[in-house]
Write a protein that binds this ligand. Structure first.
Ligand code: FE
Length: 176
């Protein structure tokens, strides 16, 4: 609905409670900071993710993906769309000519199969990804090798946070 009335009090806060069914917000201050390495969950050699929102009711996860020198995010297919924004460094897919540089936004359509590679002259890349549904890992012919979804991500977080002394429950703050 278009706004038809003038707001006479533009800087006055909304006066009522949020809907009782609404979930609490998540705020991750300084999410890019690498001060505490324990917040980065290892997922493969030279590949880490930092959970921001793990959404179990809609089946998606928002995370920062970090790939250090010569890292590869294994070949996978997306049945659902992915949105990415490159915060640091540079990467490309073996399947496409374009390069995602710092400041780039990337939309990955459903049906995409690709392999994310960080070139040797980049020490580290960090990209903010919204991944919906599942990452379906495949061989070069598309045969199934494994998968990840929001629930396997949560399990990885629990194991890692437990191991580094934060406790498995540390992940709960990111779950909605
Ligand atoms: Fe992908």
């Amino acid at each position: 609905m278009p706004i038809t009335e003038t707001d006479e009090e533009p800087r006055v806060a909304y006066k009522h409670p949020m809907p009782v069914e609404a979930l609490p917000e998540i705020v991750v201050p300084d999410a890019l900071s690498e001060g505490d390495d324990r917040l980065w969950v290892p997922q493969a050699k030279n590949v880490y993710f930092r959970p921001l929102c793990l959404n179990v009711s809609q089946g998606y996860w928002m995370n920062l993906l970090k790939v250090t020198k010569s890292g590869v995010l294994s070949r996978h297919r997306h049945p659902n769309a992915v949105h990415g924004f490159v915060l640091k460094g540079r990467w490309h897919y073996l399947e496409h000519d374009w390069v995602a540089e710092q400041g780039s936004y990337v939309y990955e359509p459903p049906g995409e199969t690709h392999t994310l590679v960080v070139p040797d002259d980049v020490d580290e890349m960090i990209t903010y990804f919204q991944v919906n549904g599942v990452m379906y890992y495949v061989d070069p012919d598309g045969n199934h090798l494994g998968y990840e979804d929001v629930f396997t991500k949560i399990e990885m977080c629990k194991k890692h946070f437990e191991k580094v002394g934060l406790g498995a429950d540390y992940v709960k703050q990111f779950i909605r």
